[in-house]
Ligand binder design. Sequence first.
Ligand code: ADP
Ligand code: MG
Length: 707
Amino acid sequence: MIKLETSLIQINGIPPRFLLKLKKLGLESVKDLLWHFPFRYEDFSQIYKIAELQPNQQTTVQGIVKEVAMRRSWRRNMFIVEALIEDDTGAVKAVWFNQPYVKNALRPGRLANFSGKVVYSEEDICLSNPAYEFIGAGQMETKHTGRLVPIYPETKGLTSKGIRFLVKPLLENLERLKDFLPASTLKSLDLPEINLALARIHFPEIIEEAESSRKRFAFQDLFLMQLAHLREKQKLSSQKAQAVKINLEDLKIQLKQLPFELTSSQKISLWEILKDMEKFKPMSRLLEGDVGSGKTVVAALAAIQTALNDCQSAFLAPTEVLASQHYKTIKNLFPDFEGGIALLTSSQSRAYYGHNLESEIKKTSLLKEIAAGKIKIIIGTHAIIQKNVKFHNLAFVIVDEQHRFGVEQRAALANPEFKNLLIPHVLSMSATPIPRTLAMTIFGDLDISIINEMPKGRKEIITKIVAPENRDQAYAFIRGQVKKGRQVFVICPRIEQTTDSGLLAIDALRQLEVKNVKTEYEKLSQRIFPDLKVAMLHGKMRPKEKEKIMSDFQNRSSDILVSTSVIEVGVDVPNAAIMMIESSDRFGLASLYQFRGRVGRGEHQSFCFLFTDSSSASTHKRLKAMIEAKNGFELAEKDLEIRGPGEILGKAQSGIPDLAMNSLKDFTLVKTARAEAEKIINNDPALKKYPVLKTEIARFKTKYLLS
Ligand code: ADP
Ligand code: MG
């Protein structure tokens, strides 16, 4: 019996050159190979009589090999093998191009199946390059012909035929697998158990068998994911956190002193957050809201409440630029706050103690202040919690732009002052509007607050798709706007021209069409707008440099900023009124939406220009969606539909297996997985009755969710 964990090297009869190819596909164990599922099936299940064959048909015939011959076509420079196949209704020619070995493999007199396409050639029909399989006396089972034939993701030198050849005997000799899906779940969803599902996903008798097996595998991943989330939630709720009491009087005063009134969804979100933090149970909440909807002030108000409870908050931003912007924003929103606000990044360390007492401070001194609890709000990049920053009593962590925090990570930040360690409340914030199906799956362990309205007085951003012939006109318009005092963002997909010598000529040409920051910067600063101040920003610059360019732009020392997507998240420049996106077809809708959110933040009418050289209808349809959508959530749904979840989330960070990833579009399946998982956990919180399932969840978690 073959075991799942067995390495393919230990399986007899797999030629070494195959092992190399398998490795290339990332397949090293029996399990890897058996979980390398076909992505479609060719239907050769119907065996036709030779007399019935029609041109263009995909077919299988069964017959005796009568003659085999090989010739060389000098004109086409290839070997051609021809065989005559005969059944009781007639004979047909089969032809193979450049497969000289077929000549010796096909021995006349043998019975075989031939599956392939019927083509019309030289005034007669023939089978073109058919797959063949000899039929022994009394043999029923076939793998390449006369059935639904699985087609796999292939690699050079390892075809679907080769994979079938390997998979079939493995399946036949495989140990019996224990199914970790509860029998009740299988039954209520009418899904096949694991052994059957595995056999059927490779070699189904009818297509419905393949479909229900595929559904089972998709379901099982979604189900495991939900269980992992629910268990994490369970584990978290058994932990203790510092309860942050709400200080209503101070809150009212702070709200009054803000330069604006919170929108009602900001108020509701703030209240949901404060109500969570009032408990001894650690909060796990996601605050979702469009770009510019005002998440920062909500988080900051919660951090100030935490400070009033004499506890510390850490505010984590994805980039240094954003960290320093948050620092400035919070400082300016709460100028009287005396609890100490610090900015701590690899290049900066500064502290603010209210009433404009702002100073640069040595990093070592700042770290001491933090460890002594003298600074209540610490703003920085993720590095501040991963490196050796010692907090005095960290009770609240704010993570801008989604970052998952597991129980283990929180535990690492636990407050050592208390014997039964207290772990921090966590608020994650995201401007990427995540469709419900995705949110449920990826953030299944989080509670969600949504800010779904913009602060009053924001004007709609006029959005236009600009074709190449209208470029000059757009430049003229931009010049006019700059003369009126506005500023402009120009976004390009790339930093510099890349010419990858490994690319085919056609791909290399396409690469050239994609706009890059350096070339555009040169063009705009020297040729188009030599009289204006053009600056450039990209991710390869040093943090100090980036900081300088960003603050120059914020102070209006430059008019036009040519940048990569580094400015995608969060940057706030109210005077910027034009967002110009080059090669806009290269970006997902969610990214485009984020870019557009950089403008329209001030009192001026703002514009977004989507430049594209593409004339493809689907590109235009996608870009049009940008113009028509009313909010980010609507666009995200569209993106999910058009590009799929992998593209939206980025495969690497999403932690979701491929099959489940594709099933995320299937909201019903996601909901079913959630409901089934809840049923199991509610009946048996410790999973005592499901030991196999429990191990599987743990395995799934280490593989996908904790990275
Ligand atoms: P995001 O949700 O994208 O992080 P920010 O928190 O950066 O948005 O807020 C964008 C801008 O809107 C900031 O300048 C902020 O001060 C301002 N703002 C936030 N809330 C309001 C409000 N209720 N009314 C007016 N302006 C607001
Ligand atoms: Mg923000």
